[in-house]
Design a protein around this ligand. Sequence first.
Ligand code: KG4
Ligand code: ZN
Length: 342
Amino acid sequence: MKPLTVDENTTILAIETSCDETAAAVVVGGTRVSSSVVSSQVDLHARFGGVVPEIAGRAHEQLLNPVVAEALVEAGVDGSQIDAVAATVGPGLIGALLVGVSAAKAFALSWDVPFVAVNHLEGHMYAAFLDEPALELPVVVLLVSGGHTMLISMEGHGQYRMLGGTIDDAAGEAFDKVARTLGLGYPGGPEIDRLSLEGNPTAVAFPRGLRDRPYDFSFSGLKTAVVNHVRNSGGEIPVEDVAASFQEAVVDVLASKTQQAARDTGAKAICLAGGVAANSGLRERILDVCHEDGIQAYLPTHLMCTDNAAMIGTAGWYRLKSDGPSPWDSGANPSLSLPLLQ
Ligand code: KG4
Ligand code: ZN
C-alpha cells in the first residue's frame, strides 16, 4: 500500500449504509465536499411506518454501486485519485452496515489504499464542523437522531465525555411515534416540524420530563400524554396545535438542558447533530440560547443533519489523521458506542 500523509489534499471516498439511506461522498482535506450523493429508501419503508431491516439491506445492495459511481463522477475523480475509503461500521442495522463495509474494503483493496472505519455518531457530530473548520473547543454537542439522544462534551478531536442521554425513547423516535398517533406520514419529524409552523405551541401544556436530572431526557411520558390527549379530546383541538405543543415541549427540554450543560462545562459553542437537528424550532431556540450566553452555534445545514456520507468522509479524515488506517478485520458493529474519555 502507498504510504499516506494525511493533509488538506487527502481525498476520501466515504460510504454510509447504516439505516435507510444509501450514500457516498468524496471529501477532500476533511472539510471540502466534492460530491455527496444520497439515495433515500424512504418510499420503500413508508407503508410499514418504519425501517424494515431486510428491505434496507437488499436495497443497499442494489443502490450502492450506482451511488458510488455518481459520487465519483460528480467529484470529477476516478479510483486512482482516491487516497482512502471510509465507511460507517456502526451503530446501525447489521445487514445494512455489512453492505457498505464490504464494498468499502473491496474498493480500498482494489485501489491499494487504506480503509477507515467510522462511527456513525461521530459522523453526525462532524457534520456541523464541515462549515466550521476553525473549530473552537470545548463544545457541547446535542446529538438527536432516530436512535440516539445524547449530551456530549467534546474536549478535543475524538475526545468525548458523556454528560447525559435519554432514559427511554430517542427524540426522533418520539417525533415519529407522535406523528403516527396524529395520522401524519413517515418519517414523522419533518411532518410535525412543517405542521407546527401553522399551530399554537401553547395550546396544550404537555409535560417536560426529568426536571430533577440536569442532563438526562425522557420522552415516553410525553408521547403517552399526546396519545391520551388525542384519545380524550375528541379532536377538539386542531392537529397543528397538538403538533406545535408537542414540538414545543421537546424543544424546551432539549434546549434548556443543553444551555445548562454548556454553562457548566464552559463550552465555547453548542453543536447540533443528527436528524432532529433539522428541526426549525430546535435550531431557532439553540441560536437564541447561544446569543444569550455569547457563545457560538454550530448547526449543520439541513442536508447534513440527516444521514449522508459527507459527514462520514470528514469524521474519517480526522480518524485517519489521529489513528491511521483501520485494520482490515474491523467489522460492522450494530451496537458500536462513541469512544469516551474515562
Ligand atoms: O440521523 P437520522 O437521519 O437517522 C438516524 O441515525 O437515526 O435521524 C432520523 C430522525 C427521524 O426520527 C426523523 O423523524 C428525525 O430524524 N427528523 C426530524 C426532522 N427531520 C428529521 N425531527 C424533527 N424535525 C425535523 N425537521
Ligand atoms: Zn444517523
